[in-house]
Ligand binder design. Structure first.
Ligand SMILES: [Fe+2]
Length: 358
């Protein structure tokens, strides 16, 4: 039976393809913007300058200070600079940090954001913002922060290192996985999730084998777009709850943490999410067990497979399990302390997900 469901389509324009950076001036003109502030991280200053040069007189300046989790100090400085320069919009070039900074400006000043993603994080497809003050991250949803236009040029991802590409890509697959069993999933979102997971799982081994393979880069970015759109449309579950606890409490690196935990969280949920299992089985090439396949994929990509190698100590398992059990996100399978601790022990050790061992 189809439905009942409620589907909200987000207003979003996407320009996609190798060389599409050349269309950026037209995108900015189309939005009626005349003086945009270009945002990027310090590591991507050269790309930011390249984008500003392409924009010519439409670029009011470049702020290369975007940082992870959008510290409020950086957001304040960016808002002040935007006001000082009389900027009427922002072009955010990079991953979640740069796009998050553009959202922080939009949240306060309402300036439209044009996003030019260079990773597979997917933040450009969501109305979710985040700001960190004194180590505490606040997040919210607000349509004003949704980019007005997103330009995906796979050429800009050619320099993303193999390991970052692998973990950023699996982090994106996690949005497809949790979108498939989300309480607010719809048939349209599920189509995007299945196709997004398929494209990324097919492309990532090729990207890791040859980072300059533009065709593989394009397929990976296409998958990242779809997975980002799933994230923008649905509520995330146990996997994200655990990764937030691991990131927030132990400061483990974002994308590698998601890469390690995903097969375990999926294995935990598989018995309660048969439709998601069927969709992921198709997406991953007809495999019987998607959780196992994601675990194997991480191995083939040379990505981390244990929380131990990311710096976690095994004694910390109960502390991480605690919030996931005390205040669980909506989840297809009931979240029990015993189950979550077993899951975390297996993820810590880098073993095949516990639920799949015979
Ligand atoms: Fe995520």
């Amino acid at each position: 039976m189809i439905g009942p469901f409620t589907h909200t389509a987000l207003p979003m324009r996407v320009v996609f393809g190798p060389g599409s950076l050349a269309a950026l001036p037209d995108e900015v003109d189309r939005l009626g913007l005349q003086r945009v502030l270009v945002l990027c991280s310090p590591e991507q200053q050269a790309t930011g300058e390249q984008v500003a040069a392409a924009l010519g007189a439409r670029a009011a300046g470049v702020l290369a200070e975007a940082r992870m989790h959008v510290p409020v100090e950086v957001a304040h400085r960016a808002r002040e600079l935007a006001a000082e320069l009389g900027a009427d919009g922002c072009v955010a070039v990079g991953g979640g940090s740069a796009i998050g900074l553009g959202k922080a400006i939009a949240l306060e000043h309402g300036l439209p954001v044009v996003a030019v993603p260079t990773t597979y994080a997917g933040s450009e497809m969501t109305p979710v913002w985040g700001l960190t003050e004194g180590g505490v991250k606040r997040t919210g949803r607000d349509l004003r922060v949704l980019p007005a236009s997103v330009l995906y040029d796979p050429e800009l991802t050619l320099t993303l290192p193999a390991q970052l590409s692998a973990t950023s890509g699996v982090n994106a697959i996690a949005h497809a996985v949790e979108g498939l069993y989300a309480p607010d999933a719809t048939p349209i979102v599920s189509l995007m999730a299945e196709e997004g997971a398929r494209a990324l799982a097919a492309a990532l081994p090729r990207v890791v084998a040859d980072g300059t393979d533009l065709d593989a880069r394009g397929e990976a970015q296409y998958g990242a777009w779809l997975c980002g759109a799933v994230l923008g449309a649905t509520t995330m579950s146990l996997h994200h709850k655990l990764c937030h606890a691991l990131g927030g409490t132990l400061d483990l690196p974002h994308a590698p943490t998601h890469t390690v935990v995903l097969p375990h969280a999926l294995a935990y949920n598989q018995p309660a999410a048969p439709d998601a299992v069927a969709a992921l089985s198709r997406a991953l090439g007809g495999v019987p067990d998607p959780a196992r396949e994601l675990w194997e994929l991480a191995g083939r990509l040379g990505a981390p497979r244990s929380l131990a190698e990311l710096g976690m100590r095994e004694e910390e398992v109960p502390r991480i399990a605690e919030p996931a059990v005390a205040a669980p996100y909506a989840n297809p399978r009931p979240v029990t302390r015993e189950g979550v601790e077993r899951l975390l022990h297996a993820a810590w050790a880098g073993e095949l997900p516990e639920a799949l061992r015979r």
